[in-house]
Design a protein around this ligand. Sequence first.
Ligand code: C2E
Ligand code: CA
Ligand code: CA
Ligand code: CA
Length: 281
Amino acid sequence: AKNAGKNGYRFYEASMQETLIHKLNMERSLRAAVSNEEFLLYFQPIVYLETGLVSGFEALLRWNNPQQGLVAPGEFIPLVEESGLIVPIGKWVMRAACAFARKLTNMAYADTYVAVNVSVKQLASEDFVPMVRAALHEAAVPPTMLELEITETILMNSECLTTNIAKLKELKDMGVRIALDDFGTGYSSLTYLKQLPIDVVKIDKAFVDDLTEGGKNGPLMGSIIALAHNLGLKVVAEGVETEEQRKLLREWQCDSIQGYLISRPVPEAEVLKVCMKSKDS
Ligand code: C2E
Ligand code: CA
Ligand code: CA
Ligand code: CA
């Protein structure tokens, strides 16, 4: 069997029937996982490049499967989307992320935000906006503490593009921050950025890696950041692993970074310790 690596997808040399059975079993386990409360969130800090202070935290879903242990989203999100389970699971994520945001306000981190990944299927579901509103209300969290991350390719390819954009606009008008995730991997057209109701652009790890792997994208990175700034957007670089990348991103005037250099995603109990550390460094 070949392991495709970074996205965690594995292609087994199995017969189609075995694959189907595996899928059905997994779907059944995932269905049960919602009611058995087997999901949890990990958090990864996002820090300002200039000060090293925490600007926010990205919430990343984990599945604590009784047989397999901790499973990363790459292994189950595609199936979760295909089966429609993304709606109940996504709602659980939103509520858990808001509960975490509530704790932050109690810990003098009220000026930070929690970023939640939203799949387009979820965004397209009828009660998405009321669901977000209810989650914020229930946790008594101001909308400004929530960021929604949407992948550009998925958004642009979706059937209900106009409705989805209207929903994002409604949330943005409430004060929720909207981030365009994985930027640079899809359309990479900067001109349409203006037309989207976004506040933040998250530059994909692949693009960041290229900076130090002999790539010639430095100036391109610089112009992307400058253009985003001209449009009034903030820029976060993802997957920053080395000091050299941090240095280059600072030269290109990127606003914030996220990546193993600062911290891996960690359980809630550990995340505040990490924040203290990053303040000192
Ligand atoms: P993403 O939104 O692009 O999240 C960033 C991914 O990069 C995370 O993987 C994170 O652990 C990883 N990462 C962060 N810094 C580094 C680094 O320095 N080096 C490397 N190699 N990796 C880094 P993770 O947690 O496995 O999540 C994978 C994807 O699953 C996410 O990609 C997101 O698209 C999706 N996902 C995660 N949680 C949720 C969720 O609650 N809902 C939805 N719909 N999708 C989710
Ligand atoms: Ca994300
Ligand atoms: Ca991303
Ligand atoms: Ca990604």
